[in-house]
Ligand binder design. Structure first.
Ligand code: HEC
Ligand code: HEC
Ligand code: HEC
Length: 434
């Protein structure tokens, strides 16, 4: 790993070095301003909704609970990058940033003083956001409560500590062109494309990344990894979903965090869908329509009767486990710890909750998301409503979690058994505690 990261470093060094050589890298500081305070209320309200699409509050959540005060680390393969304080405090935050400085950060990944930002801040997507929308987000942030908290400084190992090298990364991987409108598609699809590719930065999690940490543009939305979770593929060929996601199902999942023909949003996606509950309904529908053109390109999933039949058939197939499965320790654990909620006829199921046979975590190629959910449960954030499940990290051993995973996979899907389950569960526990 060490040797690999040095090779990577050298590759960036060459790329960054040549950009610097060409004199492309240098950026001037933009002069400080006195904090602006007067903004049109409608502009601030629009900025609030756009900031929710952009998930600014998630990464910039204050480490002490102060919104936008930053300080939380973002784990990257190159080390932890701390999110900045983006409240209008003049010292700790961005209170002295002019609109021009803010626009440059969003579009080019360069801070007010002319320093390069790391792409843990997804400016490679925000660069597609129109100037008008960036201005609204600026108005929103500049009217938040200033927080004095200084975010910790980021110290990546050499050579990644040389921020100037990001000039090379940007030259290689950042495409500043606006999201192209497709005249063959309707207005909602085009709005969805603008939101997903720009502010929504969905591909930041749902696309694979190359050795330099850049999204693989040749295979967008074919699945990525984030914080020990799999962000599933969203293309028809790579989606693990038992039943194809339609625009209607996507809308329910994205807006309400739960779709009765799939599952609840979980892990890093839980916060994303929570943010989307504060976005205009039409925008969430547009996002759903755009994503559905990947998950269900020929619109077959929308044919309702066959769809209901598909759901019913999948659930029925999982209803009665084969007798040999009943003898396993996984079956015993499921009966004791899980069936009270997930078993056929449990009150939760009678309430219209999806069967485990419909959720992607059980059909996925890796057991990662199912393991995360079983170990740590589902807990809505403070003040949020949403599905709740207890975590079993304290009550089940790695062997027992592996046994119940084997049981889920066998009973609820027609996919091959997951290999090396105990190791997988063990690693997730270790990563969580490190
Ligand atoms: C995926 C996590 C993530 C999201 C989402 C995110 N940011 Fe950030 N942002 C960061 C990180 C990490 C940094 C620090 C980067 C660095 O140190 O180079 C940062 C830095 C910034 C900076 C530079 C601040 C400074 O003092 O240099 C601004 C401005 C900013 N973000 C604004 C926003 C806005 C506005 C949004 C929402 C539209 C947003 N961010 C969403 C992670 C994120
Ligand atoms: C911070 C990373 C992150 C971002 C940003 C993100 N996702 Fe996700 N997404 C995940 C993870 C992790 C999962 C798996 C957990 C779950 O199912 O909720 C997921 C699950 C999903 C699923 C369910 C897939 C399935 O087969 O069950 C859909 C649909 C989805 N995301 C759409 C989106 C859209 C649309 C956006 C942009 C608006 C987006 N995601 C942004 C991480 C992310
Ligand atoms: C108190 C009720 C409760 C208990 C007990 C419980 N769960 Fe859950 N579980 C939930 C809820 C709620 C969800 C979110 C989905 C929903 O709302 O239908 C969920 C989701 C899941 C998911 C993700 C769904 C998917 O398909 O993506 C898995 C996997 C899961 N549970 C497995 C288990 C296992 C295994 C056990 C026992 C060790 C268990 N659960 C115990 C309530 C419960």
């Amino acid at each position: 790993m060490k040797a690999r990261s040095i090779t990577l470093g050298l590759a960036i060094l060459v790329a960054g070095g040549s950009a610097a050589f060409a004199g492309l890298a240098w950026r001037p500081a933009i002069g400080k301003i006195a904090s602006p305070t007067q903004f049109d209320r409608a502009l601030v309200a629009k900025g609030a909704q756009l900031a929710a699409v952009g998930d600014c509050a998630i990464c910039h959540a204050g480490s002490t609970g102060t919104p936008f005060a930053g300080g939380n680390p973002l784990q990257t393969p190159f080390g932890a990058v701390y999110a900045s304080n983006i409240t209008p405090d003049p010292d700790a935050g961005i209170g002295t940033w002019s609109l021009a400085a803010f626009r440059r950060a969003m579009h080019d990944g360069v801070d007010r003083a002319g320093g390069f930002l790391y792409p843990a801040f997804p400016y490679n997507h925000y660069t597609h956001v129109t100037g008008e929308d960036v201005d609204a987000i600026y108005a929103f942030l500049m009217t938040r409560t200033p927080a004095k908290l200084q975010a910790p400084a980021t110290h990546l190992p050499f050579p990644f500590n040389i921020r100037l090298l990001m000039a090379g990364w940007n030259a290689l991987f950042v495409d500043h062109s606006p999201v192209a409108a497709d005249p063959a598609k309707n207005a909602a699809w085009n709005r969805g494309a603008y939101l997903v590719e720009g502010l929504g930065h969905c591909a930041a999690c749902h696309s694979p990344r190359n050795a330099l940490g850049a999204e693989d543009k040749a295979h967008p939305f074919t699945g990525g990894e984030v914080d020990g979770w799999d962000a599933p593929g969203l293309t028809a060929a790579t989606s693990p979903a038992a039943i194809a996601w339609t625009a209607g199902a996507l809308y329910r999942f994205l807006r309400h965090g739960l779709d009765d023909q799939h599952a609840a949003s979980a892990g890093p996606m839980g916060a994303v869908s929570h943010d989307l509950s504060n976005v205009p309904e039409a925008d969430v529908r547009a996002i759903a329509i755009y994503i559905a053109s990947m998950t269900d390109p020929d619109g077959r999933g929308a044919a309702e009767p066959t769809r209901e039949q598909q759901v019913a058939a999948r659930v029925a197939a999982a209803q009665i486990p084969p007798p040999e499965l009943q003898q396993t320790s996984g079956a015993a654990i499921f009966a004791g710890a899980c069936a009270g909620c997930h078993g056929a006829g449990a009150p939760m199921m009678l309430n219209g909750r999806p069967s485990l046979a419909l959720g992607s975590s059980v059909t996925a190629a890796t057991p990662r998301n199912a393991s995360q959910t079983i170990l740590y449960g589902l807990q809505p954030g403070p003040g949020e409503r949403g599905p709740w499940m207890p975590g079993f990290a304290g009550s089940l051993t790695d062997d027992q979690v592996a046994a119940v995973l084997t049981y889920l996979r066998w009973r609820f899907t027609d996919r091959p058994a997951w290999p090396a389950l105990e190791d997988n569960v063990h690693r997730i526990r270790q990563d969580k505690s490190s």
